[in-house]
Design a protein around this ligand. Structure first.
Ligand code: ATP
Ligand code: MG
Length: 415
């Protein structure tokens, strides 16, 4: 990709509205732009990373047998009255009326819609289990939108719903999805902890949250210094030093960002909405359900919160926007520029996703922008290019060295 064609509006100065480093980098690096409080545009660079996050999620969910669909954001009040949530959801639900004064909402989550689809098509145990997910824009009128993408009023979420004939089958799927979530967060190189949680507005019998460990987290995790016990503070108001409820060790606190939340719903939606099936013995029963959310736009920031140095992004391998950044340094675009073009061509052919800074800008501007974009492997085509010597910089390891053309060709830029 030629950089002149990639729209990356970097900012010279630190944006004042950003309180946390990840938010500053996203604004400064031209990844996102705020439209109004809690509402963002994902600019090409930010959206490229979002798509990589989405694809990791798709790969891991498809692997365990989930199918992707897309449901409407616009939902009629009737469905929410059926589930009892039109009143219960409260002010977070974005409500609106159409021209005929009929009530609608913009979906904050999709239990109602997905249950209404399944009840119309599934009537026998023979068609279960089923696992349906979507990646979609969600709307929640948060009391306090905060920290940029962390708590938006419009945000991107992956939501998965599973349908079962027996509680045992739900248990089995719950564990499969839990493992898939671990794979997803591992591939994004995140440090996290799985904690038991309060089921909140979604409901159901039990739930767990995937907490990205980090100081700016809004959630407090209570955990044992000796065992696997870990919970959201909301659930167990334990103080530092209290004995752990499982009898092993003492309590410590940590801050976390909730990246995902998985629930055993049971029949909370299928019972009132009459999503029934006929089981093996010919008895009609409500379908047993699970639901599993993951915040995609929130992850964009959460990843960054764990992957920066000196307020500059160092994206993990699987989500980084490019493999190699090529910087020709002569502004006049003469001989060195042609050598740089050849490097670009060869590395493209070798299968690398390259960003080529073809702009007529000074070296200072190019380096500054390159730091903000955060591509791990950088090749500078400078003074000694005519002798076949290039400067290579590994941003992650913070190593700079001179390399020859053939050394460059034998390097692995996918690592
Ligand atoms: P929180 O406690 O942070 O408000 P929640 O429990 O309301 O989250 P869920 O309803 O379980 O969240 O939604 C699933 C996922 O969607 C969350 O784990 C989170 O990653 C993401 N998410 C929830 N609310 C927002 C928001 N306002 N902005 C961005 N992402 C969000
Ligand atoms: Mg919430």
């Amino acid at each position: 990709m030629k950089q002149s064609l990639l729209f990356v509006p970097t900012l010279r100065d630190m944006p004042k509205e950003a309180e946390v480093v990840s938010h500053k980098i996203l604004l400064r690096g031209g990844y996102v732009k705020q439209s109004t409080a809690g509402v963002y545009s994902y600019l090409p660079l930010g959206y490229k990373i979002i798509k990589k996050i989405e694809n990791i999620i798709r790969e891991e969910l498809d692997k365990i047998g989930c199918s992707e669909l897309l449901m409407p954001a616009l939902q009629s009040k009737d469905l929410w009255v059926e589930s009892g949530r039109w009143e219960a959801y409260g002010k977070e639900l974005m409500r609106l009326k159409d021209r005929h004064e009929r009530d609608f909402c913009l979906g904050p989550t999709h239990e109602e819609v997905v249950t209404s689809i399944v009840r119309d098509f599934i009537n026998s145990y023979k068609k279960l289990p089923l696992a349906l997910y979507q990646i979609q824009t969600k709307f929640r009128d948060e009391f306090r939108p905060r920290f940029g993408l962390m708590r938006g009023r419009e945000f991107i979420m992956k939501d998965l719903y599973t349908f079962h004939a027996t509680p045992e089958d739900l248990d089995e799927w719950y564990l499969k999805v839990r493992k898939a979530y671990q794979n997803i967060l591992d591939r994004m190189e995140l440090h996290y902890r799985i904690v038991s949680a309060d089921s909140g507005n979604i409901g159901g019998s039990s739930s767990e949250e995937f907490m990205i460990l980090c100081d700016i987290g809004e959630d407090t995790i209570v955990y044992s210094d000796e065992s696997e016990f870990a919970s959201n503070f909301e659930l167990y108001n334990l103080q530092v030093g209290d004995p752990s409820p499982d009898g092993k060790g003492h309590i410590l606190h940590a801050k976390g960002i909730e990246a995902g939340h998985i629930f055993k719903l049971g029949t909370k939606y299928s019972s009132p909405m009459k999503a029934n099936f006929i089981d093996k013995d010919g008895i009609t029963k409500p379908i047993i359900m699970g639901c599993y959310g993951m915040g995609i736009s929130r992850l964009l920031m959460a990843i960054l919160e764990q992957h920066y140095r000196d307020e500059k992004a160092i994206w993990p391998r699987e989500v980084r926007p490019f493999d190699v950044h090529i910087l020709p340094l002569d502004k006049e675009q003469t001989a060195n520029y042609d050598i740089a073009l050849e490097v670009y061509d060869k590395l493209n052919k070798a299968g690398y996703d390259c960003l080529f800074d073809d702009r007529q800008e000074s070296p200072g501007v190019k380096f500054k922008d390159a730091d903000l974009i955060g591509v791990r492997n950088r090749i500078v085509v400078g003074r000694r290019a005519s002798e076949g010597i290039f400067e290579f910089k590994d941003i992650k390891e913070n190593i700079t060295k001179e390399i020859t053309f053939s050394e460059m060709m034998s390097m692995n830029f996918k690592r």
